[in-house]
Design a protein around this ligand. Structure first.
Ligand SMILES: [Zn+2]
Length: 267
């Protein structure tokens, strides 16, 4: 029955729904690491402390209409608010287009809804809060045995062990060579969730992509003097980026563009 809902309704609906979640994630990203309540008080301007009225709190639209400024004191709001809302909205629509309206869509959407706040909190504070890890593990504990994902629970289990085990191992080597923390324990814990979602083959792909993307980014950031060699770099965003790339390059038949290309070139 649910296939009967037309795309011209579903796509705008999911875009708006995604932008509302994005708006909520902005609150979570800003308040959770500071141990502030995410429910109270209502959103307010950080400069003049006036609470933001409902009509000025519409995701994406309000930011654009007000030119990214407070209506009263005109102090600028970070463009990240807009970025997070648009990113969440676009990802919601993308995942719907890839998976259709089914339980796989709900499961993967939940994963990306964890990864968006994790990414920005890790960038700001170099931590991955345990709340996200526990939530992700809980959903896997329910979802894997009930076949809510396109992989078996054994694949999920092995994926989790390989993903987090590899990060733990690389972290140990990094600690030994660099004499400082390279991959944190938060990343190892996040690896359990990512591997549990991806299974073995996709875990290897996502790990490969994460390290490739981080190498390119560090090279660019060092080259353009945005960071120096001693800079601390959060790895969570790259794990999120690698995982997302692995999922988004999956074809409707379940094959993956990058894995196919690899086998065609190598064998
Ligand atoms: Zn203000």
């Amino acid at each position: 029955m649910i296939e009967l809902i037309p795309n011209y309704f579903m796509i705008p609906f999911l875009f708006i729904l995604g932008s509302i979640f994005g708006s909520f994630f902005n609150v979570v990203i800003y308040r959770l690491p500071n141990n502030n309540s995410i429910i109270w008080p209502a959103s307010h301007c950080l400069n003049c402390k006036t609470s933001i009225k409902y009509k000025d709190n519409i995701p994406i639209l309000s930011y654009l209409l007000l030119g990214g400024k407070c209506r009263l004191c005109e102090s600028p709001f970070s463009s990240r608010y807009l970025l997070v809302e648009i990113l969440t909205a676009v990802m919601t629509v993308c995942f719907y287009i890839i998976f259709g309206l089914n339980i796989n869509f709900v499961m993967y959407l939940f994963l990306i809804y964890l990864l968006i706040p994790i990414t920005f909190i890790d960038i700001d504070h170099f931590i991955i809060p345990n709340e996200f890890i526990l939530l992700g593990l809980l959903v896997l504990f329910i979802g894997l045995p009930l076949d809510f994902l396109p992989i078996s629970w054994e694949q999920g289990l092995y994926g989790a062990l390989i993903f987090s085990g590899f990060l733990f191992f690389i972290g140990l080597i990094g600690q030994f060579i660099l004499k400082k923390e390279s991959i944190g324990f938060g990343d190892v814990k996040l690896g359990l969730i990512l591997g549990g979602y991806l299974g073995v083959e996709y875990s290897i792909l996502a790990l490969y992509l994460s390290f490739a993307i981080s190498a390119i980014m560090v090279f660019i950031l060092l080259g353009s003097n945005i960071i120096d060699r001693k800079a601390k770099i959060p790895f969570g965003p790259y794990l999120a980026g690698g995982t997302l790339s692995a999922i988004l390059t999956t074809l409707p038949n379940g094959d993956n563009i990058i894995i196919n290309w690899y086998y065609q070139t190598m064998f």
